[in-house]
Design a protein around this ligand. Structure first.
Ligand SMILES: [Zn+2]
Ligand SMILES: [Zn+2]
Length: 354
């Protein structure tokens, strides 16, 4: 049995998103069905809609920063009930048997996790459709709980935590950032602004690297102690060999040496963005002299995503957002390409029910 969903999709790399109706399965014994309230707009939505990663299957329904309310649960579900506020992030399933899945690191599943959109659906055999839609059905093991501390009016700002938030939280935790750590954040966008907030809440001394002097005041409001204009070599030099950790959210190709030389001995430069053209090969001397590392990281596991939501609730953290009706989504994509958003668009899914 299935139910009809109203969503938004596009049907080619150059086509805009428009209304699209499709079917979702009725809850199986371990499924949770939720009405979607808000869905964040991630850069991955845009990259996939435009087939920039050359793997998009159309029609394509984006959205993996989902907050909603449970409407129905399967017969075996104990942890959730109708009325609960829940969230769904970038994954809706994984193999559950490989070493990564067994260690709660489903994002590194050997078989690749089933992503919330544009992934092969184990149940239907078709592609998964994301959160630009009225409701979704997800296995209970991949559903998160929205902490009670969040009020109704906080929920739009909670949605981006499901991708932007966890993408920053997981590496900061993995590299044990806390009091006494000096952390650099490269780029102030949807990801960077969450990195500043979370690293600050973890007790770190946070420095933003940006190319735009206009962002200084905002970065400080978000929790940065210092702002460095990265195209000014003099300013950069002041921070030589001083960072424990630098998280680089910029996806355009750039010279990584400017950052590796700012790391202390054993410091780590962690890359989050996937550049369309490779970064220039880094200077190996910078790595050897100082035992420094260049690393990468992607989202976080389900258990850690819950931990991140609980941490953010405790520290009263949420994303800075601009809410839009779904009818403005194509315009929002245009504005994202110009970095004209502070710092995340969130779709009010009520606009889809009208
Ligand atoms: Zn995302
Ligand atoms: Zn696995």
């Amino acid at each position: 049995m299935t139910s009809t969903v109203q969503g938004y999709a596009n049907d080619s790399a150059t086509a805009p998103l428009k209304p699209y109706r499709f079917e979702r399965r009725d809850p199986l014994p371990h499924d949770v069905q939720l009405d979607i309230l808000y869905c964040g707009v991630c850069h991955s939505d845009l990259h996939t809609a435009k087939n920039e990663w050359k793997n998009t299957v159309y029609p394509f329904v984006p959205g993996h920063e989902i907050v909603g309310r449970v409407t129905k649960v399967g017969s075996a579900v104990k942890a959730f009930k109708a009325g609960d506020l829940v969230a769904v992030g970038c994954m809706v399933d994984s193999c559950r048997e490989c070493p990564s899945c067994k260690e709660h690191l489903e994002q590194y599943c050997d078989q690749m996790p089933t992503f919330t959109y544009n992934s092969s659906d184990k149940h239907s055999g078709k592609m998964t459709y994301g959160g630009y839609s009225t409701h979704i059905v997800v296995d209970e093991n991949y559903v998160l709980r929205v902490p009670k501390e969040y009020k109704e009016e906080d929920l739009p700002g909670v949605a981006p935590l499901l991708c932007a938030g966890i993408t920053m939280y997981s590496p900061l935790r993995h590299w044990k950032i806390g009091k006494g750590s000096k952390v650099g954040v490269v780029g102030l966008g949807g990801l960077g602004h969450m990195a500043i907030k979370i690293a600050h809440a973890l007790g770190a001394h946070v420095v933003l690297f940006t190319t735009s002097p206009g962002k200084t005041a905002d970065a400080k409001k978000l929790g940065a102690k210092d702002v460095v204009i990265s195209k000014n070599p003099e300013e950069m030099k002041k921070h030589l060999k001083s960072f424990d950790f630098i998280i680089d959210t910029v996806s355009a190709d750039h010279n990584l040496d400017n950052y590796t030389e700012l790391l202390k001995r054993d410091g780590v430069l962690c890359l989050i963005g996937v550049p369309e053209h490779q970064h220039p090969s880094p200077n190996i001397g910078n790595l050897i002299f100082g035992r420094r590392s260049i690393a990468g990281s992607i989202i976080g596991g389900i258990k850690e995503t819950q931990e991140m939501l609980d941490f953010c609730a405790k520290h009263k953290l949420k994303a800075e957002i601009e809410m839009i009706p779904i009818q403005k989504i194509n315009e929002a994509y245009e504005r994202m390409l110009k970095s004209d958003v502070k710092y995340r668009f969130v779709i009010d899914i009520a606009s889809l029910r009208k």
